[in-house]
Design a protein around this ligand. Structure first.
Ligand code: COA
Length: 373
């Protein structure tokens, strides 16, 4: 058995930003238009008027201040309210592959590796641009990696579950150098016309390189153990699957064909699940809160992270112990905890331990116990 390690990480950040104020102006213009167009039905009580959104609510309910997106023009056009991402020909790289190149390039450079050292690519994300051929295989081709590649989807926990899959293969010796890459185009499955959730997501791509610890060429993190858990829930759901065209009324603009959540229920149910999950992982690993230097948590909601941080540490963690990036990136699904890890891990000293932890739709929870070598 070999010891797996994370030897590099990278983040691709889109160059377009939407601030809360910009988002709210666009949403309110859309709502005003909707209300004017439906004035008679609203007056007759047949249609509900759309209330305004507010930047103050967004910051206080979530901690989110802005988000990066692949296209802001469509999202901010009250007549469109979704990103415009032109379709690519079969001969061009897909948009997920394009996002993956920079994140993988940065992660490989940090690991001191070339793409042809890689013998496994896992594209672990909440949505994939098409069912097949796998996006991971396209990424493998454009990187120039060898071995094999596959896609996987565990929604917000895709990256940590991908890390577990890669770690297990490295441990057993079936692969030697893996990339787990998470291109998350959350703007594509968000209903920007829904006030309750229009602010929550952003786009990004992260990548981690994983190898045998003995092969590491620079500073790295030993992966001591991973722990994945799932428990079925409809509270975060998207019904847009490949059987859609086989159903009557499939051309209708149906709300359930995009991200839908019961935010309050998610909040209430996921918090105890995650706290108990990390506590059990710590017990199995035989480590106490006083031995933890950092928590790189899923980035959906600041209050949620503060709660989990307090539960795990048994006290209020210092900001550097539980870094948040959601104020800048919003919720980027599975990539969130990896952005935090990538941006806030260089300062750790050999022997310092921490958890990367994701949680979300499924429900799913994934935790990775790492130690700076
Ligand atoms: N602007 C202004 N007011 C808004 C609003 C907006 N954009 N969106 C909702 N409101 C209103 C609601 O209508 C409600 O009003 P009411 O009390 O008169 O009914 C009030 O604000 C509270 O709404 P609620 O939905 O209960 O807010 P919340 O405090 O639960 O925050 C979330 C909403 C989504 C930020 C929060 O529930 C959350 O983060 N949940 C977990 C989400 C999560 O982790 N999901 C995983 C996704 S992968």
């Amino acid at each position: 058995m070999f010891k797996p390690a994370i030897t590099g990480s990278g983040v691709f950040t889109p160059d377009q930003i939407i601030t809360n104020d910009e988002l709210v102006v666009a949403f309110n213009a859309y709502a005003d238009r909707f209300n004017a167009e439906n004035a008679a039905a609203i007056a007759a009580g047949e249609v509900e008027a759309k209330p305004h959104s507010s930047s103050e609510f967004i910051v206080s309910a979530s901690g989110i201040e802005q988000r990066y997106v692949m296209d802001k023009t469509g999202v901010l056009d009250p007549e469109v309210m979704h990103p415009w991402l032109p379709e690519r020909s079969n001969e061009e790289p897909g948009i997920m592959t394009e996002m993956a190149m920079e994140a993988c390039g940065t992660a490989l450079a940090q690991a001191g590796r070339r793409a042809d050292d890689v013998d496994l690519v896992i594209c672990a994300a909440s949505n994939h641009e098409r069912p097949y051929p796998a996006i991971a295989i396209e990424i493998q081709k454009y990187l120039g990696a060898g071995g094999f590649a596959f896609d996987m989807n565990v929604a917000c926990s895709s990256a940590t579950f991908g890390i577990q899959a890669a770690a297990d293969m490295i441990r057993s010796g079936s692969v030697r150098c893996a990339i787990v890459v998470s291109p998350e185009i959350c703007s594509g499955h968000l209903e920007w016309r829904d006030r309750d959730c229009h602010f929550i997501f952003g786009d990004v791509c992260t990548a981690v390189v994983m190898e045998r610890a003995e092969d590491a060429r620079g500073g790295h993190f030993i992966v001591h153990s991973t722990r994945c858990a799932t428990q079925f829930s409809n509270n975060i759901r998207n019904n847009n699957g490949y059987l859609r065209r086989t159903r009557k009324g499939h051309m209708q603009d149906r709300r359930d064909m995009l991200f839908v959540q019961e935010g309050r229920k998610v909040f209430k149910e996921v918090l105890p699940l995650v706290s108990a999950h990390i506590a059990a992982h710590m017990e199995d690993a035989g480590i106490g809160a006083d031995q933890l230097r950092r928590l790189w948590l899923h980035q959906a909601n600041k209050t949620m992270n503060d709660f989990i941080g307090r539960k795990v540490m048994g006290r209020v963690p210092e900001p550097h112990e539980q870094p948040n990036i959601l104020q800048d990136y919003a919720n980027t699904s599975s990539a969130g905890s990896i952005i935090a890890f990538s941006k806030f891990s260089d300062d750790l000293e050999p022997g310092d331990k921490g958890f990367i932890c994701s949680f979300g739709a499924g429900y799913s929870v994934g935790s990775v116990l790492v130690e700076r070598a």
